[in-house]
Design a protein around this ligand. Structure first.
Ligand code: BG6
Ligand code: MG
Length: 217
């Protein structure tokens, strides 16, 4: 079956928002009285907001000490700080190779979709002026199950009117690679081989991608 659509994760593939997530989570940790390191932050990649909070509290030895209401308030506080950071983003923060990739796939007649866990994806794409490059945008406001569940990518395929086997996914998180594979799609890892596993192909960034080769996968 030939490839008809390309699905992109956002954070870590198109833009490096991990640093802003980190600043906001670290600020919360500081308020709670413990250190949250960049290494700890690696565990949050691709993970939903509430699950990220649980991991953070686990790092600080505080998991289980707060009510659901308090947890929601903390997640909201972190998100307000995060939104402050990403509101200042512009096109200069689009990762190298992204535009050529998006244009290249479209020039070959392939469809493109975003498949992100983030509820802030729309704001980021707006600031980066990338909305017109996607035929469908599936983000954390449209999904009920977090990666590694395949929901986000299956909804993407559905919105594009293609079958999962006709899709290729670009992902930087292990949970995302697993989501793509369990959706029955090809998974291209974006990152380092020592951090990721179970992919069909790996690249350091979208700047290494040749759309014509991917279309033949
Ligand atoms: C993912 C990020 O894309 O989105 C995670 O990799 C983040 O780090 C998740 O927690 C949810 O993002 P948001 O913007 O809805 O808090
Ligand atoms: Mg990601």
């Amino acid at each position: 079956m030939s490839i008809r659509a390309i699905l992109f994760d956002l954070d870590g593939v198109i833009v490096d928002t991990a640093k802003y997530h980190y600043l906001a989570w670290r600020r919360l940790a500081q308020e709670l009285g413990f250190e949250f390191t960049e290494k700890d932050n690696e565990r949050l990649k691709g993970v939903s907001r509430m699950r990220s909070l649980e991991i953070l509290l686990e790092v600080g030895g505080l998991l289980g000490k707060f009510s659901e209401e308090e947890m929601n308030r903390m997640a909201e506080k972190k998100n307000n700080w995060y939104v402050e950071y990403i509101t200042k983003m512009d096109e200069s923060e689009i990762l190298k190779g992204t535009l050529d990739c998006l244009k290249g796939f479209r020039a070959l007649g392939l469809k493109t979709a975003l498949g992100s866990a983030s509820k802030n994806a729309r704001l980021i794409l707006d600031n980066l002026k990338l909305v017109p490059y996607f035929d469908a945008i599936i983000d954390g406001t449209k999904t009920s199950k977090a990666k590694p569940d395949p929901e986000v990518f299956l909804l993407g395929a559905q919105a594009l009117g293609v079958s999962p086997e006709e899709c290729v996914v670009f992902e930087d998180a292990q949970a995302g690679i697993e989501a793509a594979k369990s959706a029955g799609m090809k998974a291209i890892a974006v990152g380092r081989p020592e951090d990721l596993t179970g992919y069909d192909l790996i690249v350091k960034g979208l700047y290494e991608v040749n759309p014509a080769e991917i279309a033949k996968l």
